[in-house]
Design a protein around this ligand. Sequence first.
Ligand code: ADP
Ligand code: SF4
Length: 696
Amino acid sequence: MQNDPASSRDSRYDVLFEPVQIGPVTAKNRFYQVPHCNGGGYRDPSSVARMRGIKAEGGWSVINTEQVEIHPTSEIAPFIELRLWDDDDMPSLVRMVDAIHKHDALAGIELCYNGMNGPNLYSREVPLGPQNMPIMTFTYDPVQARAMSLKDIRNLRRWHRNAAIRARDCGFDLVYVYGAHGFGVIQHFLSSWSNQRTDEYGGSLENRARLLREIIEDTKDAVGDKCAVPVRLLIDELMGDKGLTNNEVRDVIGMLGELPDLWDLTHGSWDEDSGTSRFKDEAAQESLVKGFKELTTKPVVGVGRFTSPDTMVRMVKSGILDFIGCARPSIADPFLPNKINEGRVEDIRECIGCNICVTGDMTGGISRCTQNPTFMEEWRKDWHPELMQRKGASSNVLVVGAGPAGMEATRALGLRGYDVALAEASQHYGGRVRLESALPGLSVWGRVSDYREQQIIKQANVQTYFDSRLDTEQILEFGFENIAIATGSTWRRDGVGRQHLVPMPIADDANIFTPDDLMNGRTPTGRVLLFDDDHFYIGAVLAELLIEKGCEVSFVTPAATVSEWTVNTLEQGFIQKRLIELGADIHVTKNVTRVNASSVEIECTYTGRIEELAADSVVLVTSRSPEDSLFLELETREQEWADHGIKSVKVLGDAQAPAPIAWATYAGHRYARELDEPDRGDAVPFRRERVGMATR
Ligand code: ADP
Ligand code: SF4
């Protein structure tokens, strides 16, 4: 899996494998993993180190950390990133650098001073920013930043310089200066929206860029002989003249273009930068980045959820980018560069732009990926994204259900060398993915099934049987040694969910629809009330579908916002805007208490006040029932298993407990990894690290 010049690479992609000089260091190709969070940070240093090392193994020439807090006056608890506050934080970073260097890649560190983006909930230090102003975070923390004095600015420069020296001593090859995504203090100083200072750091663009200039110069002076100094800068705050415009950023690069060793360009807010495929296409930032290369001789890196090598080549050949910056595509497939190099483009596990990875960081859990179930399990569970251990004692497996759980189990079991039969009731691969990817804005999600289909059909030891709805008798008769039940779930028709733990009152003549009805082509007409007690994406997507089909839609949710949980996928603002613009009649903080034939009773979740809304039909998006009857029946007949040669029966994915698609691919993968492995009993099912206790 090494980069091999004599490989069967398509010569069209040769340009992607050219080395590029970045100041004092050289990147071996143009595949550049830009900084990205992972939910592990300082809590899970070995997980993060292995994850980055795997990407180096997969062929990326530059691998960066997530943002690294440089000082306790600027930390972003509850979000878990890396820290370099003092020497004690260095060992975990050294581990990461070593893992990256082992595979001949460059290690970069994104030093960050959050300023007005860090409420300092953990350190209790007073936040500092360009001016006195409230902290700007995802939650409205009731804390203000204090305007930095000139002495504070001198302190900040010293802290950044010290962090740069520590980073160099950890072995990093690139030491970043960061001002993008609304996170770095440099952006806050640059923008006339957040900087209304009247001293030499405010006013003109030259003054607002003074801190950036000084910090670049400090960093170059401190470590520039050995380390490259890239700047990660926003390309637009998207506030019009109120904030930093794309033209002003071009002027900044006009002034400082030759100072750093590389320009890494991205958006002024994370939501815009990491837009989901529902709202942003591949290469969505192209127009905002185009022309920057004419302002500097230094290499330029940009992002755009690049998964197509042809788009990557176009970015380089048309003079827009020198490096193909990837965060999510490198998460979904850490071996993307090697696969292009080896002429295996069809094996790329393309990112679907769902932002489940982001939710790990947003929730304080740990990141996971819909497409790559091994992400952040590389160290915890010793899972490699490309390699499976050889099969264990048994020889064959029957997987029932070709949804994401069943398909991933089949793919991975096949790689282990088992004989696998995949039985699917319908005539198609994909299960829920096939249905959901036909909904507005979700077509890219089809890649979950497409990738696995590609991988399954080329394995001679795997057979798929369509039109095969199996029952218990058949499964017992077939006598496979291992049975994996991945039969999915069904949306409930009785309104049971978070608001109603028992069926809600529904009139016999009411027209009730479920998401399954809509996805299978049974759609209502006229006035439709959609009750979303699920709070993730599907309710709003179905509302969009109904509006497309000409329905008048009332969207009712007990939450304060539409699709409330999508704040964690950075989509909530885009979703609510879309529904408003499409003309949906939105009712927040409302519960449905009764469904009549042509009206629905809704209740204010605070006051209990009742209203009646006219509706010809109601779509209930409340919760799902696992399709586990096959599993339960097999369990009750356990005494018959041995006679039929059956050793194990397991239920996985939505059939076990309905959840997002990423949970299903993970469940399928886990099943394949653990088959025939020793039972770990009550042991914690993964490795973890504990806080190092002080000696006293
Ligand atoms: P998951 O997300 O857990 O993979 P899905 O609902 O996406 O679940 O997929 C479940 C798949 O199982 C569907 O394609 C469905 O047609 C199939 N299926 C359900 N019951 C049976 C059965 N008894 N025999 C074979 N296939 C089944
Ligand atoms: Fe891409 Fe979704 Fe994986 Fe994130 S979780 S890398 S968006 S496929």
